[in-house]
Design a protein. Sequence first.
Length: 498
Amino acid sequence: MGVTRRYWGEAGLVVALAGSAALLARPLLLVGAAGLAGWLLARQYAFVRAVGEVAADLTVVQSPASEANRVDDEVSVALRVELAEPAPVALAVESRLPVGVEPAADAAPDDRRAVVPAGERTATTAFRVRCPVAGEFEFDPPTATATDATGRFRASFPAGETARLTVDPREPSDLHVGAGGEALDAAYGEHSSEARGAGSELADIRAYVPGDAVRTIDWNATARLGEPHVREFETDTRRGTALVLDRRASMAVGPPGGTAFEYARQFALGVVGHARERGEPVALSEVGAEGLLDRTPPTASPEGYARLERRLRALDPEGDGSEGVDSPRGARAGTPAVARERAVALRGESSAFADRLRPFFAAADPYVERATADPLYAGVRAATRESAGATTAVVVTDDANRAETREAATVAARHVDRVLAFLTPTALFADDADVEAAYDRYVDFERFRRDLASVEGVSAFEVGPGDRLARLLADARDRAAAGGSRAGERRVGGRPGG
């Protein structure tokens, strides 16, 4: 409980009267001081009792108009105060904004305060807020402040319950996932197990070999073929997903609300949703300029899926653009095959320059150390190091670091039985007014995607704005039909312009 200046003034008068009574030997002043002090204590007791009754009887509800919102949306929050009996004291209830939530531009300071005058029972107010960042925000219980009718006493206490506000990042509405301009017909995770054994679905019938269990013999096939045959079934396995998301600065390319990272994040949310539908474990690894930023262990619980989705929605690409970027057209410059070719070429050279370079191309270890230091390589290796068996590595990145992406996919294929690389083509996000040049860049990306898909155990796809890609391919087809452009004659996915 707090007191006002008026109370302290009256308390000071009590002290002054008591002091004067002692100095002047006037008992009447002492009686006055005692009477005033007793009156103040009685008022204080009555106020404390009234506040206790109000706190026990008070109902406060704060409710956002919508719990799920987008970044920078304005949301209306209603605040309602209700008492079963008329208030014996004046009551003001104010909502408190959590960190990350701001008042709307035209909001007034008093909008978040509902006032119940003494003798009244209810009050309502509404205020608007905005959230410049994504995440989950929780409003603390509002603060109720009671003031007595004379203005001498004031008491504040929390009232009501918390309120939750979920703010999602703005997601692109034209997500395209496919290859060579063609969208995928099935979700990324439509996979079948190649393991054979005792399971639920018949996979094959083969000749009996010593050691096969008698219970697996197919007697019908044995009678028909004249020799023992056994049934094989697809093993009922639970496939896990190791999701690797690139958060480096190169993923920030593109217009606001339509960056490469926003498309990649939307796809990653789809991966988690797919795992949720199938009840499969999924882990998340985040890659930054220095390698692995964070790793969420595998989870297959409803709470774990929800936690992963909240984490993804709150992520942004790094602001540091210090990581190295390979030239798209020189994507093979750092591969072991090229290193060996250059080592052979240097054998016949006798210059000081060749002597200086020869050790770097002759030894394999320096390349391995360099590749290990690459952020995506290090992140993928950490994400798949402990994976085994029926695990799919899903790597979501861009095409800015092509040599590194290829090596990362290659090392992942050694640890898991399937690698899916989903790439955001820079050509679909760069602000390029020259449509023909943009198409040339997309064709170059498609070459890289096919090269990556040629790695054993690796499948590669594109992720990006479907509208932009459709316009790019349509323009290329128009130019090809008009016969006026060499770029239009080029083929992506086996057809001109698409």
